[in-house]
Design a binder for this molecule. Structure first.
Ligand SMILES: [Zn+2]
Length: 153
């Protein structure tokens, strides 16, 4: 059912979707208003969609990682490449902790029950740089015997 309106000029009742009165040809002002409202509504919907698309884009996890400065990932007790280079074979765990600025995480401990000098321990430190960057230092008898790093900066 098409909504009917009354012409303000001659009083004839006619469907609202006509742009002019069929009797006196006076302009249907309500239709003009509807068209203007329709255009505004279309612009609003368009802007709304653009905003939603923009929000979705900004929530892309890859974008987020790319925009995160490396120094936010890095913190106290994490190892930098420069610190890694300072670690030398024969250093004690305490010396390594002093260089890095924090305690490591004990990953592996092999105790052969043959005395402390044969005890092997592998510690890791999270690193500065890319996500997942780390350094692994292996100690035997409390001294560094090998070191490895991944992705340090
Ligand atoms: Zn009319």
């Amino acid at each position: 059912m098409v909504k009917m309106i009354k012409c303000k000029n001659c009083g004839k009742v006619y469907p609202i979707n006509l742009s002019n009165c069929p009797e006196c040809f006076a302009k249907n002002k309500q239709l003009s208003i509807n068209v203007v409202v329709g255009i505004f509504l279309a612009i609003f919907v368009f802007v709304f969609i653009m905003v939603m698309v923009n929000i979705t884009f900004n929530n892309n996890p890859n974008e987020y990682i790319k925009d995160t400065p490396a120094d936010i990932i890095s913190s106290e007790g994490s190892i930098s490449l420069q610190e890694f280079y300072k670690i030398e074979i024969g250093m004690t765990y305490e010396e390594v902790c002093n260089i890095v600025g924090g305690e490591g995480t004990l990953n592996t401990s092999v105790d052969l029950e043959m005395g402390d000098e044969y005890k092997t321990e592998m510690y890791s430190w999270t690193g500065d740089g890319t996500i997942g960057a780390n350094a692994s230092i292996t100690f035997q008898g409390g001294k560094v015997i090998s070191k490895a790093q991944f992705g340090l900066k």
